[in-house]
Write a protein that binds this ligand. Structure first.
Ligand code: PHE
Length: 461
């Protein structure tokens, strides 16, 4: 890829951008993580807080990342250096690079799980099992020292292959076709799940909020997940923003991506929770929830095995289009700031991430005795290294987002922001005043408050 800024590789047009940015946003976050944390934090009330976070924090910050990226035409660190030369703001980008590394290390592991389940479906070995048996299948698998690592390595190799292809031919081409197909499969699954006997309880769980279960820890989880799900707070959307053409409407793009991401998460919820209750599975089963619940749903469908294979294959693809966007953050940085060749940076970064991930994976098995301290709700709790990294990323992303909001709200020139949003005055942007206030005050204040309140346990019983 040429580093010269007027020959930057870029997305080919409207559909390409949406597909790639939505491809980044839509991933394991929507289909694996959203359902299981919704289950852990009690359902509808959690979802409501999540939706509020998307609208008032996530969406404005996505737009802020687009503005920084497209204006600077640079990677996550380079963009801050270009827009605020000589200042310390580049550290926001540096935090993003570190977060990307942490995130991708466990993301690759969970993505490997989906490949394993694709294999299990193909062998038909998930059929006719009780939820309890499926729970054991999952537990035994993730505790294995080798098998998850094998799949993780395979998945990371796929990522490398796509990232080496560059933006247009690699990232974009795959997103465009496969994401809509995933949506169709999810809708079919949701219909099957909703028509199971006993599904009504799941609908209630999803839509009738019980605020007594909501504590500050749940609010932080909702906020952290809003960042995770929209791929915010670590420079992904800065990097992708730098590939967006100057004629595109950034505001509209941000809304479309956020809506698509949210809709997919909610449909995933509709596919999973009615079935969770219909089959008597614990909603709070944790990271295994999707892997335990859905095979039961497939068992109740004509062509269940085929659907199961298709679903896990598409989930792996959704994970792939997200993982490459995480990898791209680090690769673009090394290429542009240090002049590394794309091939070298991709291989080195993916190799290191895979090693760390393989180690984390042992936290579910042979290293499960190793617990790291984590401060939440004013107390130090202990978690295995795998869960610890997931929780850490839930805290790092909002911190990154906080600084990005402040950067665009206070530091960037007012006119520059207006020009970027309006394409130099070609578009009318009625939302500008409200947007400024959101970035200057509302989003940063909300992030800081939720963060401190949950860590120190304010308002917790
Ligand atoms: N948004 C992706 C998902 O929901 C994960 C991701 C996070 C991707 C941060 C890029 C940056 O699966």
């Amino acid at each position: 890829m040429t580093q010269n800024s007027n020959q930057r590789d870029g997305f080919s047009g409207r559909l390409g951008i949406i597909a790639a940015a939505a491809g980044s946003a839509i991933g394991l976050g929507n289909i694996w993580k959203f359902p299981y944390i919704t289950g852990e934090y009690g359902g509808a009330a959690f979802i409501l807080v999540y939706l509020i976070c998307i609208a008032f924090i996530g969406l404005p910050i996505m737009l802020a990342e687009f503005v920084v990226g497209r204006r600077a035409q640079k990677n996550a660190i380079g963009a801050f250096k270009a827009e605020a030369p000589g200042s310390k703001w580049f550290l926001t980008g540096a935090l993003g690079i570190i977060t990307a590394f942490i995130l991708l290390s466990f993301y690759g592991v969970v993505s490997g799980w989906t490949l394993h389940y694709l294999g299990l479906s193909a062998l038909n070995s998930l059929a006719d099992q009780t939820p309890e048996q499926l729970g054991n299948v999952f537990g035994t698998f993730i505790a294995d020292p080798w098998l998850p690592v094998l799949w993780q390595v395979l998945f990371m190799a796929l990522c490398v292959a796509v990232v080496l292809g560059g933006v247009k031919n690699g990232i974009e081409r795959y997103s465009k076709i496969l994401m809509p197909l995933l949506l169709v499969i999810l809708i079919v699954l949701a219909i099957r799940s909703l028509t199971l006997p006993g599904a009504a309880k799941g609908i209630e769980f999803l839509f009738s909020p019980d605020f007594s279960k909501l504590n500050m820890e749940a609010v932080l989880a909702a906020m952290g997940h809003a960042f995770f799900s929209l791929s915010l707070g670590m420079g992904t959307m800065i990097t992708y923003g730098s590939y967006i053409g100057k004629q595109e409407n950034l505001g509209v793009t941000a809304v479309q991506v956020s809506v698509a991401d949210t809709v997919i998460a909610l449909i995933a919820g509709l596919a999973i929770f009615p079935a969770v209750f219909a089959f008597g599975i614990e909603p709070s089963s944790g990271p295994g929830l999707v892997f335990i619940t859905l095979p039961n749903v497939f068992g109740q469908m004509p062509f269940g095995t085929g659907f199961s294979m298709l679903f896990f294959a598409l989930l792996a693809v959704a994970a792939l289009t997200s993982a490459i966007s995480i990898l791209e953050v680090i690769v673009a940085y090394l290429d542009e700031e240090f002049g590394w060749k794309r091939k070298t940076s991709t291989l080195v970064v993916a190799g290191m991430v895979t090693l760390v991930g393989a180690l984390l994976s042992q936290g579910n098995g042979i290293l499960s005795w190793l617990k790291l301290p984590f401060l939440i709700s004013g107390e130090v709790s202990h978690m295995n290294i795998f869960d610890w990294f997931i929780s850490l990323s839930d805290q790092l992303l909002p911190i990154g987002g906080f600084f990005i909001a402040l950067f665009v709200g206070w530091k960037l020139d007012k006119k520059a922001v207006a020009d970027e949003l309006s394409n130099d005055g070609k578009l009318t942007i009625a939302y500008l005043a409200a947007y400024r206030i959101t970035l200057k005050l509302i989003a940063p204040a909300a992030i800081a408050f939720v963060f401190l309140a949950s860590i120190f346990g304010w308002f917790s019983p």
